[in-house]
Ligand binder design. Structure first.
Ligand code: AMP
Ligand code: MG
Length: 352
């Protein structure tokens, strides 16, 4: 299959951009797949109400079919049709965070096929704020199932080039909308339980949810790496976000971390390995590796969220087979950053 590639600027959706969006909508209506930008990461979209489309999504990504897809909508009335009933909490959260990087789990209606929900009676729903995504959902007819647009297990794409790398020849179209703003997948909150539960941390933090809902819990498997429990979001049990090389997170005071990473880097480089190091704006100049990249600044952890997956992909492209990263504070969005980083590192952490 030949994959068409188009560029659209989110802040300049003119008539010719709308033509492309309409065509992309039609492709999905006809059962095809389109990768497109959202504010979190790029999504791989297909008609969420068509079981054949969902099967194609799993096949294109190489994703296990018990790992349900998030249904993307563009208005609240459309949510009402795909769930049994909309819980009060959903209206409150939608008021506060939609359109935006929050996914809510509710009990599904008959309209949503089991192929889309990985066999579950619940459905995950999100209303993205990216304008290209919103127009695309409208053009498609309302319901786009869209997991991240990467081959299963690889870091989620934050620029279109990585969708091309993973999916060229496997899907009908890729829309390039530039680098995404957030860089980590949405926060997932389960509203089918008595106390709403965070199943995946993201840009919308625990504190932000608590302020709106009063009471929120967190799936224990997110916090405790050694937990033997099964995560409630099926996707969270898979090794995820993984670069090709071996990544180690180094924790401790700044001087010890820098010393440890430099010593290890030198040792590996002498053995012929290529070593990539993830630091911050303040520390990058202190490191010696084959590639040293700043994830951003600790003063604004959103900068780190935005760059993290991109850096992991770049290290892959540059052939780094050994990687080290500094550790980040787990408060606020730091919880999502560390959740992804720990998965990328296969929970390999060194305390110095
Ligand atoms: P991705 O689309 O790649 O961001 O992955 C979607 C995530 O949402 C996966 O971790 C899924 O397991 C999770 N998810 C989707 N639908 C549900 C659901 N009905 N219940 C629990 N988790 C879900
Ligand atoms: Mg994903």
């Amino acid at each position: 299959m030949k994959t068409e590639l188009f560029k659209i600027e989110e802040n300049n959706i003119d008539a010719s951009a709308m033509e492309i969006i309409k065509r992309a909508g039609q492709i999905m209506k006809d059962g095809g797949l389109v990768a497109f930008p959202t504010e979190t990461v790029y999504g791989l979209g297909g008609d969420a109400l068509n079981p054949e489309s969902s099967k194609k999504i799993y096949a294109a990504k190489g994703r296990p079919s018990d790992n349900p897809l998030i249904v993307h909508v563009c208005c609240m009335e459309d949510v009402e049709k795909i769930v049994k009933s909309v819980p009060e909490a959903a209206y409150k959260l939608a008021d506060a965070f939609w359109p935006g990087p929050l996914t809510m789990i509710m009990n599904k209606s008959e309209l949503v096929p089991m192929e889309t929900t990985g066999g579950l009676e619940t459905v995950a729903i999100r209303m993205p704020s990216n304008k290209i995504a919103a127009e695309l959902i409208r053009a498609e007819g309302g319901y786009i199932a869209a997991p991240s647009a990467n081959i299963s297990g690889r870091p989620s794409p934050t620029i279109a080039r990585y969708c091309v790398e993973d999916l060229d020849g496997r899907i009908e179209m890729i829309i390039d909308g530039g680098q995404v703003g957030i860089g980590l997948e949405s926060t997932i909150v389960d509203l089918t339980v008595d106390v709403p539960m965070i199943l995946r941390p993201g840009y919308v933090t625990y504190d932000m949810l608590k302020e709106v809902l009063g009471e929120v819990s967190i799936d224990k498997t997110i916090i405790d790496a050694n937990s033997k429990l099964k995560p409630k979001a099926p996707g969270m049990k898979y090794r995820h976000y993984a670069p090709k090389g071996e990544l180690t997170i180094v924790e401790g005071n700044q001087n010890s971390v820098v010393d440890y990473i430099n010593t290890e880097a030198q040792k590996y480089r002498e053995q012929g390995h290529k070593v990539g190091i993830i630091g911050t704006d303040d520390t990058c100049r202190l490191y010696q590796g084959d590639a040293v990249k700043s994830a951003g600044t600790r003063d604004d952890e959103a900068t780190i969220a935005k760059e993290l997956f991109k850096i992991l992909r770049e290290f892959d492209d540059e052939g780094m087979d050994i990687m080290f990263s500094e550790s980040f504070d787990e408060s606020g969005i730091g919880q999502a950053i560390m959740n992804r980083l720990l998965k990328a590192a296969g929970h390999h952490v060194v305390h110095v």
